[in-house]
Ligand binder design. Structure first.
Ligand code: UDP
Ligand code: MG
Length: 243
């Protein structure tokens, strides 16, 4: 679990600083690998809030913000928007949400995004859900989805694939080296892909979460800071539930 800290504008505002513990899962994979589609399924089943970095950037363009034109040009070229801009949007969305579990979809897109997010928010993802799909299949999906996106044309798609391979794959490798990547074969039909996703999200099963909370309340200590107690409580709960 990481924390989202509401940065106060002035020293005098310090008392208003809100700190919130959150669980974050990064959802990564090439353009058209099915991140958005599967995130909608995960939201339904596991009570996460879906934050698509691309959607937040597109909303920022529409809102007429001063960064709008810059963001629009970068998206049209398939380039990565400066970390500062995207991180601010993500942080704001997490602070404004009542939820404490987030799927961050399509971010971090490069190593700089990743390092900046980590140092600004101090959040480490629980794991990285990685949708693995061939370029041919992703291209086919992007060209047939008709969502009216300015970047779903063959010219921009090629650029996005290049950025993905050169800049985004190193992020997946970074987390892979730390055993945080949960790789899913995303070339299959939506339902089959979701079956594989469910296996990864089993620990977030609503009933199990509820039972775990009850179990935690029975413990006379502050186990939250201690991963060992966390695992013990979870194991015990599972034994009770699935005996
Ligand atoms: N984008 C970005 N930073 C992000 C997420 C998206 O700069 O963290 C930009 C980038 O230009 C990308 C575009 O937004 O090509 C579309 O991203 P989105 O995640 O919506 O596309 P997807 O990969 O899901 O097709
Ligand atoms: Mg998307």
């Amino acid at each position: 679990m990481g924390t989202v800290v509401d940065t106060p504008n002035k020293e005098a505002n310090r008392s208003l600083t809100a700190e919130k513990k959150v669980a974050v899962v990064f959802v990564l994979g090439g353009p058209g690998s099915g991140k958005g589609t599967q995130c909608a399924n995960i939201v339904q089943h596991y009570g996460f809030t879906h934050l698509s970095a691309g959607d937040l950037l597109r909303a920022e363009i529409k809102s007429g913000s001063e960064n709008g034109t810059m963001i629009q040009n970068m998206i049209k070229e398939g380039k990565i928007v400066p970390s500062e801009v995207t991180i601010k949007l993500l942080q704001r969305a997490m602070q404004e949400s009542e939820n404490d579990k987030f799927l961050i979809d399509g971010f971090p897109r490069n190593e700089e995004n990743r390092a900046a997010f980590e140092s600004v928010t101090k959040i480490e993802p629980e794991f990285v859900l990685f949708f693995d799909c061939s370029e041919e299949e992703m291209e086919r999906r992007l060209l047939s989805r008709n969502q009216g996106r300015e970047d779903d044309n063959i010219e921009t798609i090629r650029k996005r694939f290049k950025v993905y391979v050169e800049s985004s794959m190193p992020v997946i490798e970074h987390y892979n080296a730390r055993e945080k990547v949960r790789k899913i074969d995303a070339a299959k039909p939506v339902e089959e892909v979701f079956e594989a996703v469910k296996v990864v999200f089993a620990p977030f099963e609503k009933e199990l979460q509820k039972a775990t909370e009850v179990f935690f309340k029975l413990l006379p200590m502050d186990y939250e800071k201690d991963q060992l107690y966390h695992s013990l409580a979870l194991t015990a709960t599972m034994l009770v539930l699935f005996k």
